[in-house]
Design a protein around this ligand. Structure first.
Ligand SMILES: NC(=O)C1=CN([C@@H]2O[C@H](COP(=O)(O)OP(=O)(O)OC[C@H]3O[C@@H](n4cnc5c(N)ncnc54)[C@H](O)[C@@H]3O)[C@@H](O)[C@H]2O)C=CC1
Ligand SMILES: O=C(O)/C=C/C=C(\O)C(=O)O
Length: 498
């Protein structure tokens, strides 16, 4: 197995692809009990490049027990916070040092531009890692007074934050490495142990990350990786009675299934789910900012971004200019494999995702939709042309459902109020953007937009210090920010009578 395409790849990537399929348990790559495997494809050609383990419930049990043993004996959680922080910072440094190998491996399994892999999966991720590492030394409760008999002079009362236990991290395929780190890092910073399950479509970088954590000094058993299907390996992991907390990013239906499982075991959970993210363009908006903002907001990573702009509501005076400038821009995009640094349109992650996106476009065409199709894409590989859908009907599937592809609906509206009403007419509420030069409009409208993040004059920017998560069916809980570790700790009240 390996990559046999036209672009040169790092020797570390070639060696990694040639390894026998394995899980990562107790600090080592280990052979699975399961004989079942899953193929990994290069989305730019459809060629198979690797084989991954499809872990059985017994394999998952072995990984969870390893994590549980590591938690129980305190080899990680009982280290001084400053020592945990040092290991996590070293982990971030090694991710940076090995960045080119990570970036190429990510592009090979996911299809995205090597520029995006370098910038997000490696560059942004390592900044996230350092941010979370810094939280390790900030964990703490607070003292408080009570009105118990005798008053505060007879009682000392305070809270402590204690690591919740073994965390199951379930990651998706759109930013396999970055989102895996969003699962693993806060758990480790809080003193928890982790079992990570990457998507079966993109299982490779997670295994490389686990080895890198060991090389950075993380004790064995604290960070384990199981690969495999959602229905088998993923379900076995989330159902496991030794899992104390689940952190999941992915589709809303799978998030709901995980929530139901978690409720059965009273397992804590955080869900970051799908989006159907609107961009409201007011008549006074600066089109020179709107066009590049929407191109990035809608087409970054082929639109496979949970917060991607997917529904534009533009006030009538700007509609024609906006559509013609977007059409010109998507028509001029260069197309190619992710490893070609000049290609702006890259394949989607899988044949299944390509077919799913094409089905949304076929449905729109069949309903009489007006589609403007951008740069022509090759037949080989999992490409879809960037596409604008003009004034899509409100009941079209692509208006209501998360498409996760390079598709942007653009609707002309008569007023900001109409744009706002249409923007909020969704069962999801992850992100939204508002484009205006008028401060008063921005201040009036932002509180009325039903989304976990509202960008004004930008879209899709995220930062480790900015809490991120969804309203409505876009999730439960928040990632990032100074309070991020709260979701990985139990809050204990201590009440001392003296
Ligand atoms: N919000 C986001 O960031 C993402 C949204 N999606 C959306 O989901 C659609 C389908 O993509 P999928 O990969 O099928 O998403 P998914 O939500 O089913 O998969 C995400 C992760 O969950 C795991 N999983 C699936 N079923 C599970 C179960 N019963 N128990 C535990 N883990 C389970 C998968 O193996 C994968 O690791 C996409 O077309 C896209 O619309 C996909 C990836 C990321
Ligand atoms: O906005 C970005 O840069 C990336 C966001 C990715 C997610 O949160 C996601 O798709 O889950």
């Amino acid at each position: 197995m390996g990559y046999d395409g036209p672009y040169p790849v790092d020797a570390r990537v070639t060696e990694f692809l040639a390894l026998d399929p394995a899980l990562f348990i107790d600090g080592l790559r280990v052979a699975p009990g399961s004989a079942s495997t899953l193929p990994v494809f290069d989305p730019s050609s459809g060629a198979q490049i690797a084989v991954a383990v499809d872990a059985s419930a017994a394999d998952v049990d072995r990984a969870v027990r390893s994590a549980h043993a590591a938690f129980a004996d305190g080899r990680w959680r009982q280290l001084r916070p400053a020592d945990r922080e040092r290991v996590l910072l070293r982990f971030a440094d090694l991710v940076t040092e090995r960045g080119e190998a990570f970036a190429q491996l990510e592009t090979l399994e996911q299809g995205k531009s090597i520029n995006i892999s370098r910038m997000f999966e490696v560059g942004a991720s390592s900044e996230w890692m350092r941010y979370v590492a810094g939280l390790t030394t900030k964990i703490g409760g607070r003292t408080f007074d009570t009105s118990l008999p005798g008053g505060p002079q007879h009682w000392t009362t305070y809270t402590r934050r204690e690591p919740v236990g073994v965390v199951a991290g379930i990651a998706p395929w759109n930013f396999p490495m970055m989102i895996a780190l969003w699962k693993v890092m806060p758990a480790l910073a809080a003193g928890c142990s982790v079992v990570l399950k990457p998507s079966e479509v993109t299982p490779l970088t997670a295994l490389m990350l686990a080895q890198t954590a060991i090389d950075a000094g993380l004790p064995p058993g604290v960070f384990n990786v199981v690969t495999g299907s959602g229905a088998g390996c993923g379900a076995a992991l989330t159902e496991h009675p030794l899992i104390a907390k689940i952190t999941f990013t992915g589709s809303t239906p799978t998030g709901k299934a995980i929530g139901r499982t978690a409720a059965g075991n009273m397992t804590r959970f955080t869900l970051e789910l799908g989006g159907k993210n609107p961009a409201i363009i007011l008549r006074d908006a600066d089109l020179d900012a709107v066009i590049p903002g929407l191109l990035a907001g809608a087409f970054l990573n082929g639109g496979q971004v949970c917060a991607a702009a997917s529904r534009v509501y533009v006030e009538a005076p700007l509609y024609d200019a906006l559509v013609s400038q977007l059409e010109a821009a998507i028509g001029a995009m260069s197309v190619g494999a992710g490893l070609d640094p000049n290609a702006q349109v890259n394949p989607l992650v899988s044949k299944a995702q390509q077919m799913k996106v094409q089905a949304y476009l076929e449905d729109a065409r069949a309903q009489g939709g007006d589609l403007l199709v951008g740069a022509k894409v090759p037949d080989a590989g999992y490409f879809v042309s960037p596409t604008l859908v003009l004034n899509p009907a409100e009941n079209l599937k692509l208006t209501r459902e998360e498409v996760f592809g390079p598709v942007l609906g653009v609707t002309r509206v008569d007023s900001a109020e109409q744009g706002l009403a249409l923007a909020n007419d969704s069962n999801m509420g992850l992100g939204a953007s508002l484009w205006t030069r008028d401060l008063k409009s921005a201040m009036d409208l932002t509180p009325r937009i039903e989304a976990g993040t509202v960008w004004v004059n930008s879209h899709v920017f995220i930062d480790p210090n900015m809490p991120f998560g969804g309203y409505k069916q876009s999730g439960i809980g928040r990632d990032f920010g100074v309070d991020w570790l709260d979701a990985y700790t139990e809050l204990k009240s201590v009440c001392i009578s003296h």
